[in-house]
Design a protein around this ligand. Structure first.
Ligand code: SF4
Length: 442
């Protein structure tokens, strides 16, 4: 209670994707820098910020519920994030909120906070850890390199929520990454809406890093990040030509040989209706070349089935693509309309039960592929990063597993290890998602 009196305190509710998490971390970091306290409960807080997600209807519901809970439990609420871009919706449901701001509107959020809860006169700047306040476990961190997106995929409303691509200068990103590594982070997860397009909006303008000019583009960024003593994992990479230049960096071990590449479909007709860049055959050719250069390359992707106009023949083309591509990790969604998306106006919607049936058939094909690929790893030696240490086992990940979305490497037994440790293991067993392993020399 004493601390509460000395320090104006903000409660924080963070919803949504890794990109929203990065927004939350930036706001929390700024609050802390200005001397505000952060509270994990409504009780200790003078004011509550809810960082929302508005990507699909279910997320809108969840966000509105979270705002409702904060309003009824606490009363003094500021709303930010993707749903904040639809302020009328928020105000209609919860007229009592103090302020509503959109995504990555850090200055506006802070302005609203200052208005409703003035900052202390002497900020406790020393309380701020140099790497900022992180919501992820200590040993890995998301680094957002740009906001927004220049594409206009018909199922997506992100550009209307977050605007066109806006890249951070390369020096700024590298300084943040270096600080994180300095503070003990062992794995950097590079996120954006469109990582391959990084720098395009800045016309790849050079920025300074360690006193030398460096072009703001994804290849230079990956190269420079690769010099840091940490794993570097790239997410949301679209198969543009510059990706070819990333693969040698993976083969040389500078960044992880892992690509998170949302492909969404394998039928050219559906990809066209989705207004996605890149046609299916080209992707297969590129995959084959990338694997020649870097045989250990692991690819994760997501797909949508049941998109308006998708015929049984399109779906069969997708399954053929899936079998030919032999991707390692795959997620699949049955299409569902998103309020405000252009795809809602497309003809020939696919009935929900047909879409769900296709999703199940898709996942059955992929399950066999994933299982077979993991089984081939038995006997392999891998470096793994420890995430959790339990009484009877250690949960770790190899280069092939991104946190939260992929599988894990389970090491049975009690080991004197801590999260963030790297260890060498030999793979002893495999399932559909996970591997089992024992430390080498055990
Ligand atoms: S690439 Fe397409 S799906 Fe991804 S954020 Fe941009 S518009 Fe949305």
């Amino acid at each position: 209670m004493e601390q509460h009196q000395a320090m104006p305190t903000v409660g924080f509710v963070s919803l949504g994707c890794p990109k929203a998490t990065v927004d939350s971390e930036r706001i929390l970091t700024q609050l802390r820098a200005e001397g505000y306290g952060i509270s994990g409960s409504y009780d200790g807080a003078d004011l509550v910020i809810v960082n929302t997600c508005g990507f699909i209807d279910a997320a809108v519901e969840e966000s509105l519920e979270a705002i409702g809970e904060a309003v009824s439990e606490h009363g003094r609420v500021i709303v930010t994030g993707c749903l904040g871009a639809r302020a009328e919706l928020v105000r209609e449901a919860h007229p009592g909120v103090l302020a509503v701001t959109g995504p990555h509107a850090y200055a506006e959020v802070m302005q609203a906070v200052h208005e409703h809860l003035p900052a202390p006169e002497h900020p406790f700047v020393s309380l701020l850890p140099p790497q900022g306040v992180k919501l992820t476990p200590h040993h890995y961190a998301y680094v957002k390199i740009s906001e927004g997106c220049n594409h206009r995929c018909t199922f997506c409303i992100i550009p209307s929520l977050r605007g066109d691509l806006a890249s951070r200068p390369i020096g700024e990103v590298l300084r943040e990454a270096a600080q994180l590594v300095e503070a003990g982070v062992r794995e950097l997860l590079i996120v954006s809406q469109d990582t391959s397009a990084y720098g395009l909006d800045l016309r790849y303008r050079p920025d300074f890093w360690h006193g030398r000019p460096l072009r703001t583009d994804i290849v230079n960024l990956a190269q420079a990040l690769g010099e840091l003593p940490a794993w570097v994992r790239l997410h949301y990479v679209y198969p543009y030509p510059q990706v070819d230049a990333l693969i040698p960096l993976m083969a040389e071990g500078r960044i992880l040989p892992y690509l998170d590449m949302p492909l969404q479909h394998g039928s050219p007709a559906v990809l066209k209706a989705m207004r996605r860049p890149a046609a299916a055959e080209r992707v297969l050719e590129r995959l084959a070349r990338w694997r020649e250069t870097c045989p250990e390359l692991v690819i994760r992707s997501t797909f949508i089935v049941g998109f308006p106009g998708e015929t049984e023949a399109d779906f069969a083309t997708l399954l053929d693509f899936l079998r030919a591509a032999e991707l390692d990790r795959v997620g699949c969604f049955a299409y569902s309309p998103v309020a405000g998306a252009a795809a809602n106006a497309l003809p020939d919607p696919v009935p929900a039960e047909v879409a769900e049936d296709r999703r199940e058939r898709f996942m059955a094909v992929q399950a066999e592929i994933s299982r077979a690929k993991l089984a081939r790893r038995v006997g392999e030696r891998l470096t793994v990063l420890v995430d959790e240490v339990e009484d009877e086992q250690v949960i770790a990940r190899s280069y092939a597993d991104a946190p939260e979305i992929d599988g894990t490497v389970i090491v049975p037994g009690a080991w004197d290890l801590a999260p963030g440790d790297f260890i060498e293991v030999v793979v002893t067993g495999s399932g559909e998602h996970d591997l089992w392993a024992e430390p080498t020399g055990a």
